[in-house]
Design a protein around this ligand. Structure first.
Ligand code: NAP
Length: 230
């Protein structure tokens, strides 16, 4: 019997890599990001867990590249995970830093989801999961762009969910608190943060829910910034 398939953006490291490893025992995977060597390493690790893997090197800032790279892909599950954060006071953000965050954290949601959603709707099943953030509920100094993009994710996922649920397609958002990844600048104390696998476990659980049940929004937090991880 053929296995279900998942397409994961930002699969080269961090949370995306952990999601790939968590889904590998049950899903065949299409992994995308820019760093080809890291993507291949993740593919090797997932293959060892029984997944058949395809890697698609892709810069999500390039809308036309997304459309051609994903043409013909019809995954059962889409994980919109790729993202970047430049947390700086607004007046210090360069136009490029602003644009990259908007392109990857917002615009790519349109281009990637647009590429694979029609097949889900036609099939009457599928699941689109986007990695939002607690920064999509909260605000903080230095978050005018990043937090703004993650607030967008909330409106995007909830609206899309209402649009396609009658067609049998699930849409969910996972909102992690701080996770120990390279999203943070070097030197950041990450000893108290969630591990990427903590988020991946939630995603794997969401994917495994029965067809009639939808986990629409889940927050995952480190227990406390005052308690280092053991
Ligand atoms: P990460 O370790 O920096 O990984 C980011 C991923 O996004 C990488 O695989 C990267 O791949 C990909 N990416 C970045 N720019 C890209 C581009 N232009 N084109 C294609 N892929 C691109 O960060 P992470 O923490 O795992 O972040 C994953 C998601 O979780 C993001 O949406 C982030 O906002 C969200 N999140 C993170 C935290 C946290 O505390 N870490 C908390 C809440 C939410 P390449 O560089 O190889 O292209």
């Amino acid at each position: 019997m053929s296995r279900p398939t998942a397409l994961i953006t930002g699969a080269s490291r961090g949370i995306g890599r952990a999601i790939a490893l968590a889904l590998a025992p049950t899903h065949d995977l299409t992994l995308t990001a820019r760093d080809v060597n890291s993507l291949n390493d993740v593919a090797v690790a997932c293959t060892a867990l029984n997944a058949t893997c395809t890697t698609v090197p892709l810069d999500l800032r390039d809308a036309s590249a997304i459309a051609s790279a994903l043409e013909g892909h019809a995954p059962d599950v889409l994980i919109n995970n790729a993202g970047l954060a430049v947390m700086k006071p607004f007046l210090e953000l360069t136009p490029d830093e602003w644009q990259s965050q908007v392109d990857v954290n917002i615009n790519a949601l349109y281009h990637v989801t647009r590429a694979v959603l029609p097949a889900m709707v036609a099939r009457g099943s599928g699941h689109v999961i986007t990695i939002g953030s607690l920064a999509g509920r909260n605000t903080f100094v230095g978050g005018s762009c990043y937090s703004g993009t993650k607030h967008f994710v909330m409106g995007f996922t909830d609206s899309l969910m209402l649009e396609v649920r009658d067609a049998g397609v699930k849409v969910s958002v996972v909102m992690p608190g701080s996770v120990d990844t390279e999203l943070f600048p070097e030197g950041t104390d990450r000893s108290w943060m969630l591990e990427p696998s903590d988020v991946a476990e939630v995603v794997a659980h969401m994917v495994a829910t029965p067809p009639h049940a939808l986990q629409a929004r889940v927050e995952v937090r480190p227990l406390s910034p005052k308690r280092p991880r053991r």
